[in-house]
Design a binder for this molecule. Structure first.
Ligand code: ADP
Ligand code: VHF
Length: 262
């Protein structure tokens, strides 16, 4: 597969919801425009989105993310439909059709379900439709309790990307992977190229301090490590400016580029 020809773009809650907890419509609209332009260029784009719970918190007028699992399940059910209605409207403006694909981790362990999923994605690509993937949070509560580091959309995006032989671009609320959490350490330095994930890099990547996202840099680094091990490339960029996706594809120095021996 040519470089950045088939792309999984994963967006975190911190990009979909602004710092006031409101749905970030300008960013979502620009994202729809950028992904549509890539699709129109003949690339195959699959979009993994977090944010179901984040947008439902806004919709229900809650002050913070509830801790109890049933409350989070209900918010996921409310927010997933809301999120898709926002995406349907945003992409429709650019005449781009999208299709919802909700997954759980057991899909990747069940050959029959995995084959069905890949078949559906293939058919969506064939019809130039952008698949929009999220974890089915109503039934996959392992992610919601935040106890299982594998139960997150960064890992889900890496698994999907590997299965469909795609490169991965993760959008978050930081410009790059830093030598330490830049929100806590003003001396942290951005790393633009990572060819190997060392223990030092692993220690630099810690949890989320945004209050919105769940996995922080730990899960993004694990996704990068998985992608590199499987012989794919990954980029981590700031989602506040979705044009960064185009810069990555153009080969500009933006965000952090993870690429080992290919
Ligand atoms: N070394 C690091 N470099 C950059 N960000 C880091 C690092 N370590 C921890 N972080 C944290 O990871 C956060 C991004 O993850 P997260 O909040 O889960 O976002 P998302 O919703 O985009 O998945 C940053 O806002 C920052 O607080
Ligand atoms: N599947 C969940 C995503 C959980 C979450 O916040 O993930 P992330 O923002 O990627 O760290 C949702 O849609 O709310």
């Amino acid at each position: 597969m040519a470089k950045w020809q088939r792309i999984v773009v994963k967006v975190g809650t911190s990009t979909i919801v602004d710092t006031n907890g409101k749905v970030n419509y300008p960013v979502i609209n620009r994202l729809a425009q950028v992904l549509t332009s890539l699709q129109n260029e003949g690339r195959e784009v699959l979009f993994v989105t977090s944010g179901a719970i984040g947008v439902a918190i806004d919709q229900m007028g809650l002050a913070a993310r509830p801790k109890e699992i049933p409350e989070q399940q209900a918010l996921a059910a409310i927010g997933q439909g809301y999120l898709m209605s926002i995406y349907n409207q945003s992409f429709a403006f650019y005449k781009q059709t999208v299709g919802q694909v909700l997954l759980t981790y057991d899909v990747f362990e069940n050959p029959g379900m995995l084959a069905n999923t890949k078949q559906a994605i293939q058919e969506l690509f064939k019809n130039e439709v952008i698949p929009i993937v999220n974890e089915n949070d109503v039934i996959a509560v392992d992610e919601l309790d935040h106890q299982h580091s594998f139960g997150d959309n960064d890992h889900l995006a890496a698994l999907v990307a590997d299965e469909i032989d795609a490169d991965l671009i993760i959008l978050s609320d930081v410009d790059a992977l830093y030598t330490a959490n830049p929100n806590l350490d003003p001396n942290a330095k951005a790393m633009h190229y990572v060819a190997e994930i060392t223990d030092e890099i692993r220690q630099a990547a810690t949890g989320s301090t945004s209050g919105l996202g769940t996995g922080g840099m730990t899960t993004k680094l694990a996704a990068a490590e998985y992608m590199m091990k499987q012989g794919h490339r990954m980029a981590l960029i700031n989602g506040a400016n979705p044009d960064n996706i185009l810069s990555v594809i153009a080969g500009d120095e933006v965000g952090t580029h993870f690429e080992g021996e290919m």
